[in-house]
Design a protein around this ligand. Structure first.
Ligand code: ADP
Length: 465
């Protein structure tokens, strides 16, 4: 049994399906057929018995209806009427009480056995084989005029048996037909449904061996569960491919960006080791540049780690936008004493769905950009506008501005505009991408408008608690 189970588990899904459907249909059909066959057999046999008994009753009534003076001889000469009572296959014999045959109607079969020890006064019915044929044999006491004897009716079951044979043959033929039909239907269905699964397996194999580029088209277009599965697989693979490419790009960009400060430091250190040690000016300059590069590298590593971590949003927390703004502007005022901060608040005050930490970072990135990318005395005009469900913060600077062609890219990782223009201003190109990531995490939005040499305005949207 266990071995059978094991070999069943080993067969393909298609064979399992066909086997299961075939076996279920076969077993159900077999059970129904057996029940039907037995029921029909019993009913038909009962009918045959009733027919035999009816003939016996008819004969008995016929004998009773005769005149009192009628003799066996009279009946023998006039047997046509009695023949009409019997069917073609039935035979009736009359015996005297000593068991000697005195009359026979429709003499088709041989004499049947008399019942042993049976009460002769009662009607006796038995099943016997007469002339090799299964038959019902009925014995009954009869009174024909003054004569008293025993009537024997032989009722062969040939019609019944040929009927049963016919039914059995039909059941077998229909059964085989139904089995073949159901197996071919299930074979067709299994083929139809397995094909996309086999294709899916092959596609997965291909991706495993040749990477995302190897994506075959699926021919299965039906809008059912398998269609959904294939669609989901394709969507998942596309998403995976995008995130895989993004990750590769990120690693490539990060290593490239980190290599630059390392090369600068390396250059300065080798300069120092060769002849700069004794030149205080070279020493001073190299140390200063190396330190600045190390600070930039440190900042970049911290920002990269933050981007890589991309922690889950904590939507239970909320932040008071005005309080956070005041903290950040205070902090920046210490770093850039010549910067000016102006704030306008409009509407009903309410907290924003974001952590204070995240909002601090967002303000710090946008506001410090406005100060750093600025050749004038920096003026940062901020408007906090509270609406019913959202909070809009507009931060406008009077800086160098951003050309239209760069605007769509400034939120990309490592994107820095025109190295020569901003070279003097140290940066990593990660600040705005972190800002966008943080806002998106809290369902926020960020938009930018800028005029070159005039200034830039960032508008952020946050949801109210
Ligand atoms: P980083 O400042 O570290 O270079 P960001 O992601 O913060 O990186 O900014 C990307 C680029 O967008 C900057 O290099 C800069 O050229 C430009 N930029 C951002 N903010 C401003 C601004 N307020 N005014 C002008 N240019 C800006």
């Amino acid at each position: 049994m266990k071995r059978l189970e094991e070999s069943f588990l080993k067969t393909s899904l298609k064979s399992k399906w066909i086997l299961a459907v075939g076996a279920t249909i076969f077993i159900s059909y077999a059970i129904i057929s057996v029940v039907l066959y037995i029921a029909l057999q019993t009913w038909l046999l009962n009918n045959e018995e009733k027919n035999a008994m009816r003939t016996v009753d008819d004969m008995t009534s016929f004998f009773y209806a005769q005149e009192r003076s009628v003799t066996i001889q009279n009946l023998q000469n006039n047997s046509a009427l009695m023949k009409a009572i019997l069917t073609q296959e039935q035979t009736v014999r009359i015996f005297n009480m000593d068991g000697i045959e005195v009359l026979s109607i429709n003499d088709i079969t041989s004499v049947a056995d008399f019942p042993n020890n049976a009460n002769i006064n009662e009607t006796n019915i038995s099943e016997q084989t007469v002339d090799g044929k299964d038959s019902f044999v009925v014995h009954q006491l009869v009174q024909i005029g003054p004569f008293q004897g025993i009537m024997q009716l032989i009722h062969p079951l040939t019609t019944f048996h040929s009927m049963m044979k016919y039914i059995l043959t039909t059941i077998i033929i229909v059964g085989i037909g139904a089995l073949l039909f159901s197996v071919s239907i299930s074979y067709y269905l299994a083929n139809l449904l397995m094909k996309p699964l086999v294709q899916l397996r092959d596609a997965m194999n291909l991706v495993r061996n040749d990477g995302f580029k190897a994506q075959p088209e699926f021919q299965y277009k039906a809008d059912d569960e398998i269609g959904d599965l294939l669609h989901m697989y394709r969507t998942l693979m596309n998403e995976l491919e995008i995130s895989f490419t993004k990750q590769q790009q990120f690693v490539a960009d990060a290593s490239h960006e980190l290599r630059t400060p390392i090369q600068v430091i390396e250059g300065h250190l080798s300069l120092l080791s060769r002849w700069g040690k004794n030149d205080p000016q070279v020493l001073e300059e190299s140390l200063h540049t190396s330190l600045a590069e190390i600070t930039r590298m440190k900042k970049m590593i911290e920002e990269l780690l933050q981007l890589a971590r991309n922690e889950e949003a904590d939507e239970t927390k909320s932040a008071d936008v005005e309080v956070v703004y005041n903290q950040v502007s205070k902090e920046l005022k210490q770093l850039y004493p010549n910067a000016n901060f102006e704030l306008t608040v409009i509407g009903q005050i309410g907290n924003a769905v974001i952590t204070e930490h995240a909002l601090t970072q967002i303000f710090r990135n946008i506001m410090s950009n406005g100060i750093r990318y600025n050749i004038n005395e920096p003026i940062l005009q901020t408007t906090i506008q509270y609406t019913k469900s959202a909070i809009f913060v507009t931060i406008e600077d009077n800086g160098i501005g951003i050309a239209q062609e760069h605007l769509p890219h400034i939120f990309d990782r490592f994107y820095r505009i025109d190295a020569s223009r901003t070279n003097a201003i140290s940066g990593t190109g990660l600040g705005l991408s972190i800002t966008k990531m943080l806002l998106e995490k809290y369902q926020g939005e960020i938009n930018v408008e800028s005029t070159l040499n005039n200034g830039t305005a960032f508008v952020i949207k946050l949801f109210k608690k």
